[in-house]
Design a protein. Structure first.
Length: 350
């Protein structure tokens, strides 16, 4: 039977480099008190021996855990998984978070928490005690939950609030939501649309208000009315269908609709087809999110591309970095617009 290869330990590295265990530990934990020549020797031994520091050993050696926890909404995440609708938001969050953590010697763990649960405080305290994270990434709507932010402050855990710009503790990292909505609206105005409907997201997401403000501002700058052109959904398909129906049944049906999630946009597209409306001839449709499905429907949907991976990467860098939360300015990342076949000039101008 083949012999099991012996794992390389910190003791092997110390012996190979001719230094103490404490010196190797300081190098692994990136402490600033190591002389350059010692640092070079230890790093050379680590590379030569193929030593991989274990998180458990690092945690024993110092006060850091080298773990970052991302808190995501349980209800919506699980609903997306069960309905097999795709979770591109979560995928992009993992892309930005996992890669950035790995670059700095950290690991990221995702925890699902119900925003409105009566047991949220107990759940969080249990998770903090078990994981002892160095930092926490809060995603909407947790980013605005004061119970969560106060609990993290109480435990002196660094955290970043993705999608939030309101004053408060932690680091704020957000897309320019108002700018994104303005960008979408101005694209439709440039095509010649004068009656542009807007399906906003739920009020418990701070970003919903910013997007509505961006649409209102763009319409006002163009001297266009917004009466009876605003509807609200919950980011889900059914709510998007109801909101689209309300807009299309209005006194002056819009020639274009912006919906603040891909699911609500797909519902708008389905309803338009059922009513015999040509997209984009009779109705231009524009979405937020830009998840994979919007590229493969007919017609492919013009969409605001959310830089989720970039936002998460910025959040991770903030929570493991040096600046104090109160001294750090919010990071605002601009959105981009990908133009596809679902938007065109209204038929009256064609």
């Amino acid at each position: 039977m083949a012999r099991r290869r012996q794992a390389v330990t910190i003791r092997h590295v110390a012996a190979d480099a001719g230094v103490s265990l404490q010196t190797v530990s300081r190098v692994i934990n990136k402490e600033p008190s190591v002389r350059p020549e010692m640092l070079a020797r230890v790093k050379a031994s680590i590379e030569r021996l193929g030593y991989v520091p274990s998180i458990a050993a690092q945690r024993m050696a110092g006060s850091r855990s080298y773990l970052i926890v991302a808190l995501n909404d349980r209800e919506r995440t699980i609903a997306g998984w069960r309905d097999r609708q795709g979770t591109d938001w979560v995928d992009q969050m993992l892309l930005g978070g996992l890669l950035t953590c790995a670059e700095h010697g950290y690991r990221m763990i995702v925890e699902l928490v119900d925003t409105h649960s009566d047991h949220i405080e107990r759940e969080l305290r249990a998770a903090i005690a078990a994981i002892r994270p160095d930092g926490v990434i809060l995603t909407p709507p947790h980013s605005e939950n004061t119970l969560i932010t106060c609990l993290l402050e109480e435990h002196r855990i660094a955290f970043a609030r993705i999608g939030s710009r309101i004053a408060g503790p932690g680091f704020a990292v957000a897309m320019d939501e108002a700018g994104a909505a303005r960008l979408a609206t101005e694209h439709l105005i440039a095509l010649g649309h004068r009656c542009i409907g807007f399906i906003a997201g739920p009020d418990d997401y701070e970003l919903s208000g910013w997007r509505t403000e961006g649409w209102l501002a763009a319409m006002a700058d163009a001297g266009l009315p917004t009466d009876d052109l605003l509807a609200v959904g919950d980011f889900g398909f059914a709510s998007g269908r109801a909101a689209a129906a309300a807009l299309l049944d209005g006194a002056v049906p819009p020639t274009a609709i912006i919906a603040c999630s891909d699911q609500m946009t797909l519902a708008t597209l389905e309803l338009a087809r059922e009513r015999g409306l040509d997209v984009p001839g009779d109705l231009s449709i524009l979405s937020f999110d830009d998840t994979p499905i919007v590229r493969f429907v007919a017609p492919p949907l013009t969409a605001i591309v959310q830089p989720i991976a970039e936002l998460t990467a910025c959040a991770v860098k903030r929570v493991i970095g040096d600046p104090a939360p109160e001294a750090a300015e919010p990071i605002i990342v601009p959105a981009t617009l990908t133009i596809r076949a679902s938007t065109a000039a209204p038929r009256s101008l064609a």
